[in-house]
Structures are given as structure tokens and as C-alpha cells.
Design a protein around this ligand. Structure first.
Ligand SMILES: [Zn+2]
Length: 244
């Protein structure tokens, strides 16, 4: 391929075929490595309709819980996190801006970039699965409940995951002809999906609770996801009831 300002042509090796027509390429340099990001134009075909609807509860313990009962556990990259920690320790013992310091610093940037890519890959797989499997996807607006009430708990990482999941679901729904909507998730955790009775004393550490009205054993996150689905399909948000 040809690049402006670089004489001659550059050999390109594809690790996988590039779909669509290449429109442009942007070259960037990071840690003495050159990267090229390519923009392509591709006709995206709608995914087949499945007739299924889902509610999604985004959480801290599990990244996403679906109203079907499917749970994506917390993204854990222990090995990479340990490596990052170790390299920070090594870095602290080097002379700042020295030769070895720069080497370790470069390695650290590479590790952070690997981590970012791995997370992105996991979230992409999750959102593609959801959009392929369901025609209508309703996600609880986390900020309407958890984010505001428990700032301490909503760690930066989870916030970033939630933001990314919502963003991906939004554009993938548009690409593939599916419906995506954010819904008000107020009282979706403490309202029994079976009889709408509210368990007002539901604390964050309670993962399972039995409804005192109908006896249903509710998994906290699945119950919330089922309620989010209800809010999405009816268009009516839950209210605080006077019954406790
Ligand atoms: Zn109940």
C-alpha cells in the first residue's frame, strides 16, 4: 500500500481479511511502534429476527445479568493486573528518565494497551451475543439508581464497562435492525417480579431474597433484569408502593 509522505510502497500482511472497501488509513506511533487504523465501508445486513425480548441489568458483581438468567461474570484479568503491578514496582526502583526506566515505562504502556484490548474484546463478544439473540433489548439506566446512590461502589472500571456496553448495544442495534432502549430502573431490584410486592429493606449485600407476599425466591440481579424487561415492554416505570 502507499502512504503519503513515505516514498514507495509498504508491504502489508493481513492477519485476517479486511471486510469492505478501504476508505482511509491513519498512522499513529505509540511506544516506538507504528499502528495503522483502517476505515472501511461495508454493507451491514440485518441479523435474523428471533422474536425474543430481553432485559439487562448491569452490575458490579456480574457485568451483565439477563432476564433469561444468563450472567457474565466480572471481567478478571488477574495475570495481566499482576504483571502491571510488578512493572510499577520495578519502575519505582529505576532512575527517572534513565534508559531502563524508559524500557519499563514502555512495557507498562504495552500492558495497559493489552488490557484495554482484552476488555474491549470481551465486551464486544457480549454485546454481539445480545444483539444476535434478541430483537428488543432493554437496559436499566444504572445512573438512575445504583450510580447515584452508591458512588463509592460504582468504581471507575465498572462505569467504563457500563458506558461501553450501552454504546456498543446502541450502534449494533442500529447496524443489525434490532431495538435498543435504556429504561428507568428505579425499584427494579426491590420489587418482586412475580407479584410486584416491594422488599424495602433490600441492602446491596443481599444477593437472594424471598418475597414475603408470594414466596418467590428472587436472585437479586435476575429479578431486576426481568423487571427491566417489563418496564421496557410496558413503557411504565416502577413506583414506590406503600406496602412493605
Ligand atoms: Zn412476590
Amino acid at each position: 500500500m502507499e502512504l503519503p509522505k513515505i516514498p514507495g510502497t509498504i508491504k502489508m500482511k493481513y492477519s485476517k481479511p479486511i471486510p469492505g472497501k478501504i476508505i482511509s488509513g491513519t498512522v499513529s506511533v505509540e511506544n516506538n511502534k507504528s499502528y495503522i487504523s483502517i476505515t472501511t465501508e461495508e454493507m451491514v445486513q440485518n441479523k435474523p429476527k428471533t422474536g425474543k425480548i430481553v432485559g439487562v441489568d448491569l452490575g458490579l458483581k456480574d457485568v451483565a445479568t439477563l432476564s433469561t438468567g444468563f450472567k457474565t461474570s466480572k471481567i478478571q484479568l488477574k495475570e495481566l493486573d499482576d504483571k502491571i503491578k510488578r512493572h510499577h514496582q520495578i519502575l519505582s526502583k529505576k532512575i527517572k528518565d534513565g534508559c531502563n526506566w524508559c524500557k519499563v515505562k514502555g512495557k507498562l504502556s504495552q500492558l495497559y494497551s493489552d488490557k484495554k484490548n482484552k476488555i474491549q474484546d470481551k465486551l464486544n463478544k457480549l454485546t454481539t451475543y445480545i444483539i444476535s439473540e434478541f430483537d428488543e433489548v432493554y437496559v436499566g439506566d444504572v445512573n438512575s439508581q445504583l450510580g447515584l446512590k452508591n458512588k463509592k461502589l460504582s468504581k471507575v472500571t465498572s462505569d467504563a464497562h457500563w458506558y461501553e456496553i450501552k454504546k456498543q448495544l446502541q450502534y449494533k442495534a442500529e447496524w443489525y435492525g434490532k431495538k435498543f432502549e435504556m429504561v428507568d430502573e428505579k425499584y427494579t431490584s426491590q420489587t418482586c417480579h412475580n407479584c410486584k410486592h416491594q422488599f424495602k429493606e433490600l441492602k446491596l449485600n443481599i444477593r437472594t431474597w424471598t418475597c414475603s407476599n408470594c414466596g418467590t425466591i428472587n436472585d437479586r440481579d435476575i429479578n431486576a433484569a426481568v423487571n427491566i424487561r417489563t418496564v421496557g415492554t410496558t413503557g411504565i416505570a416502577f413506583n414506590k408502593t406503600s406496602i412493605s
